[in-house]
Design a protein around this ligand. Structure first.
Ligand code: SAM
Length: 188
């Protein structure tokens, strides 16, 4: 398996897999084309649960198809609603969470995650996260509302209580054109 640092997804996956095992419960806050949901589902096997959110029908369809092709539809709940409402659906503690901010690749680039919803979702996710659990966020901000969202997210995570959370920020230091930023939050 190629886990080169050329892709932020590889780094995100390498981090999140450490807190997942057979039977874990995990959240994909932005299912998009389903790549992260499939990865999380592989890690939990046929036990445990994945909750995945997106506001677009196309994302839910693409993700359902990807899971179905791999015989992985069980133990996954695909929810067509905003991640800011996740507490309506998740009533248990979670081991890990992934967020991939931005627009749906190959989809409508005008539909993006928005800082005001994202920050609400993060707060709710951290409340559900187990001690020792991890949340990994990839911030793609090269779109119209992206800069505002990036600033809101970085402001939020920077101010999390250091007695309760470890927060790490990684960036592609020598790339041009708004390279994605990765943030990882571990609950102590
Ligand atoms: N992780 C995905 C993958 O593996 O293909 C890519 C995610 S894409 C960068 C961001 C997604 O967030 C888009 O599909 C978009 O529809 C979705 N989104 C936007 N606002 C949302 C919200 N409030 N709640 C959940 N998803 C949202």
């Amino acid at each position: 398996e190629n886990r080169s640092l050329t892709k932020i997804t590889n780094i995100a996956w390498s981090m999140i897999e450490n807190c997942l095992h057979q039977g874990s419960v995990a959240l994909d806050g932005t299912m998009g084309n389903g790549n992260d949901t499939v990865f999380l589902r592989e890690k939990i096997g046929n036990a445990g649960k994945i909750y995945s959110f997106d506001i677009q029908d196309l994302a839910v369809e693409n993700t359902r198809k990807k899971l179905d092709e791999r015989n992985m539809l069980s133990n996954v709940e695909l929810i067509k609603d905003g991640h800011e409402n996740l507490d309506k659906y998740i009533k248990e503690e979670i081991d890990g969470a992934m967020y991939n901010l931005g627009f749906l690749p190959k989809g409508d680039k005008s539909i993006t995650t928005l800082g005001k919803n994202t920050v609400i979702a993060f707060e709710k996710t951290l409340n559900l996260l187990k001690k020792g659990g991890l949340m990994v966020i990839s911030i793609y901000y090269g779109h119209e509302k992206g800069l505002e969202e990036k600033n809101m997210v970085l402001d939020y995570v920077q101010n999390l209580d250091s007695k309760k959370y470890h927060v790490i920020k990684m960036e592609f230091f020598n790339q041009k054109n708004n390279p994605p930023i990765l943030v990882a939050i571990e609950k102590k």
